[in-house]
Design a protein around this ligand. Structure first.
Ligand code: NAI
Length: 760
């Protein structure tokens, strides 16, 4: 007789399929039109939406054309004033959306799994609860907005473009904060997965969303491009590939449109020698075998300490072999279908390239069809394409390291900077690594944790802007309009009429803490009312590159405490005061007074802009640290040449950035005079570098430089140029208003969200 123990030993999973009948009833309403102005249009040109697991057509939806995009934007525009004016209505409607979604949770989850191929367990237990959490959380922000963001206004109409990996969750991440802030939206879901967005449109009707506040237009990249190009859109929020993010950055350049980009990643998963290895193995399952690995922040690069690599590898491979790949609607499935056959081919192709480059592949099993087994690529050299390319499938690479600095070097050897996961039982080590890793989100002894009250977003080629929490709300609000001002004229090397009084003074560039002749050896006459104030050195691209290099080296400034930076800024105020009379030959005394006051203002702030601890749903303290970008480019206003330069330099360096400054072209002399004063005030060499010359050419070089992490610009005439150039390494560009304040400081830092276990 068979023993029970034997049965338990050999028992395979029995299938536990979820019913699809409610979803199929809903799908029978198709073919689907677009949701514009509170109702569905008649279906237009149709395309098929497929179930990747069964390879059948689920529905037909409309490909929105330019006229449809226009109609949706017009509807959103018309609905905006009344919507922004009524915060109580917004709170009520957002709460109603959360409740209505909860009541239809099963229908949404099944539809999502049918459309995307993700396991029902994940859509039901992860995606849907987070979706309703987002709407509830943001209903609260609508209520608190006037208190918490007193001077802010909504952007107006937001164009939102989302990918196929978390169709409804990405919709919630985009729509909830936009609506809470008083914007109206035109949302384009991914062409592979538009169905839950269409079901959401019906929920909008039920929840009392006023017509035009939410518009949903289906279609492919052409529809997305038309939305990006539409002049009636005030803000674009995009999640998707880095390549399309770059296209959107270039397409919106100079249009005065707010932009946030959540792009790709190649996130490290660091296992230290003292990590709890079993927990870390489960961590990999959640990092890269969750959602088929189609996760922008997936921990796809395991970096494991050599001392434990062998044991970790063995346990991981044996765990990988237990993962069940198959029917997404089966509740015992771990990994569902890949979203489409093109994506599967892309994954397979990259894995083949990785193996050809020397990696050893360990694979689990998967059924025939649009499925991919879990794959571990071992012995991956840094040059292997699988170590650097985003694969977006259930594929993880494994590399080893010997020391923590080597782990950090490997972790940061990527163009991306979205997330990182660090596993160590020693919190001192883990936090030290968290500080050094280049990532917008860091999980300690955890991975893929999300919450509506935790900022999420990347650095470097992973994009800019944050979603979630207070920081995410700020991205849907505008507080100060960018400065308007004169454009620089042309530079005329000769002649300068009228000799200045006294001895001629020679101004030089200020690079690396020293006065430097311009590379080209040329200068031009700086005139005021036909009187020559002096000669300014004519900097060029080479000077900018030298300045960036000097700024790059001055990293000690970023590591200094706020208190130390405050001391230096107070000292600078003293020095400025001491040099009043000299500066008075170049700028009015009132500007000098204002400059000294501004220096004292940012000295006061240097040790006070704190981060936050966010209250999330799990047993973590979720820190939102404010980190300097590193090297920033500053393009100053033409007017008030001393105050204008200091208005950007001071908040940037107060927050720990090193800067390359392009001063006013009309009168760069006062800014150049600052150079030696900075040195005399203990600002270390390389922290502030000043290169005068033709603003457009210098700004373009700064914007295109890969070692410049962010730009602040008070010169509207170069906005288009620098936004387009900045697409290369996706540096954020902040258009600075005139004035001073906390907003200036906030623009000079990026948020790093760190999840630290607490009370678990
Ligand atoms: P994608 O970036 O092309 O698509 C994302 C969204 O952008 C879709 O709604 C698409 O219709 C739209 N879009 C495409 N071209 C556009 C344009 N020129 N202007 C405006 N909108 C446009 O991503 P795709 O092709 O679906 O996936 C390709 C790769 O991108 C994946 O293999 C993965 O590596 C990466 N990806 C990253 C995601 C992330 O969350 N970071 C999400 C999806 C894909």
């Amino acid at each position: 007789m068979t023993q029970i123990a034997e049965i338990l030993e050999t028992m395979a999973y029995g299938p536990a399929p979820e019913s699809t009948s409610a979803a199929r009833d809903w799908l029978a309403r198709g073919p689907f039109g677009l949701f514009i102005g509170g109702s569905f249009t008649a279906p237009g040109t149709l395309f098929d939406v497929r179930d990747p697991a069964r390879d059948v057509v689920l529905a037909q939806v409309t490909q929105a054309g330019a006229a449809d995009v226009d109609a949706a934007v017009q509807a959103a525009r018309a609905a905006h004033p009344a919507w922004e004016a009524d915060a109580a209505l917004r709170a009520r409607v957002l709460y109603a959306l959360a409740r209505q979604i909860q009541k239809r949770e099963r229908l949404f989850a099944v539809l999502e799994s049918l459309d995307n191929g993700k396991p029902i367990r994940e859509s039901r237990d992860i995606d849907l609860p987070l979706v309703s959490r987002h709407f509830t959380h943001h209903a609260g922000w609508a209520t608190l907005l006037a208190d918490e963001f007193p001077n802010a206004r909504a952007h107006g109409v937001c164009g939102q473009i989302i990918p196929w990996n978390f169709p409804l969750l990405m919709l919630a991440w985009k729509v909830a904060p936009a609506l809470a802030a008083g914007n109206t939206v035109v949302l384009k879901p991914a062409e592979d997965t538009p169905l839950t967005a269409l079901l959401f449109a019906e929920i909008c009707l039920e929840a009392g969303v006023p017509p035009g506040v939410v518009n949903i237009i289906t279609g492919d990249g052409a529809t997305g491009a038309a939305l990006v190009a539409h002049d009636g859109v005030d803000k674009i929020a995009f999640t998707g590939s880095t390549e399309v993010g770059q296209i959107i950055r270039r397409a919106t350049a100079g249009k005065g449109r707010a932009l946030t980009l959540e792009l790709g990643g190649k996130s490290p998963f660091i296992v230290m020698g003292d990590a709890d290895l079993d927990a870390a193995v489960e961590g990999v399952v959640d990092a890269v075998w969750f959602n088929q690995g189609e996760v922008c922040c997936a921990g796809t690069r395991i970096l494991v300490a050599e001392s434990v690599a062998e044991m970790f590898r063995k346990r991981l491979i044996s765990r990988m072999k237990t993962l069940r790949v198959g029917d997404p609607l089966d509740k015992s499935t771990d990994i569902g279908a890949i979203v489409n056959t093109a994506q599967l081919a892309r994954i397979r192709d990259l894995v083949a390239q990785g193996v050809a480059a020397g990696a050893v592949a360990h694979e689990g099993t998967a059924p025939e069809g649009c499925f991919c087994p879990p794959i571990l690529l071992d012995q991956v050299s840094p040059a292997n394409p699988c170590a650097s390319e985003e694969i977006f499938g259930p594929v993880v690479t494994l590399q080893t390291f010997r020391t923590p600095p080597e782990a950090i070097e490997l972790a940061n050897a990527t163009r991306y900077g979205l997330a990182a996961s660090i596993w160590s039982e020693n919190l001192t080590v883990a936090m030290d690594m968290a500080a050094q890793v280049k990532a917008g989100v860091v999980w300690i002894n955890a991975t893929n944790m999300f919450d509506a009250n935790a900022p999420f977003g990347g650095m470097r080629a992973s994009g800019f802007g944050r979603e979630g929490a207070r920081e995410g709300m700020a991205a849907y609000l505008r507080k100060n309009d960018a400065a308007q001002g004169a454009a620089p004229g042309t530079i005329d090397p000769l002649p300068g009429t009228g000799a200045p009084e006294g001895l001629d003074r020679t101004h030089k560039l200020y690079i690396g803490g020293a006065q430097k002749r311009a590379d080209g050896g040329a200068s031009w006459s700086v005139l005021r009312d036909d009187t020559r104030l002096g000669h300014a050195p004519l900097g060029n691209r080479k000077d900018i590159r030298n300045a960036v290099e000097a700024a790059h080296k001055a990293s000690g400034w970023t590591r200094m405490s706020g208190h130390q930076r405050a001391q230096v800024l107070y000292f600078l105020a003293e020095t400025l005061d001491h040099h009043r009379d000299g500066l008075a030959a170049l700028v009015p005394m009132a500007e000098i007074d204002a400059s000294i006051a501004r220096t004292l203002y940012y000295a006061a702030w240097a040790d006070k802009l704190s981060g936050a601890v966010h209250n999330t749903q799990s047993a973590h303290v979720t820190l939102a640290m404010r980190e300097a970008f590193g090297v920033m480019g500053l393009i100053c206003a033409e007017e008030a040449p001393l105050l204008g330069a200091l208005s950007l330099i001071l908040p940037a360096i107060a927050m720990g950035n090193r800067v390359v400054v392009v001063p006013s072209q009309a009168n760069p002399l006062a800014a150049l005079e600052l150079g030696p004063m900075l040195g005399a005030s203990d600002v270390p060499g390389g922290v502030v570098n000043i290169v005068s010359g033709p603003v457009a050419e210098l700004a373009k070089t700064l914007a295109g430089h890969d070692d410049v992490a962010a730009l602040a610009c008070a010169q509207p005439s170069v906005a288009q140029l620098i936004e387009a150039e900045s697409a290369g390494n996706l540096k954020p560009v902040w258009h600075a208003p005139t004035g001073q304040g906390r907003d200036w400081l906030e623009a000079m830092v990026q948020i790093k969200t760190i999840w630290v276990p607490y009370g678990a």
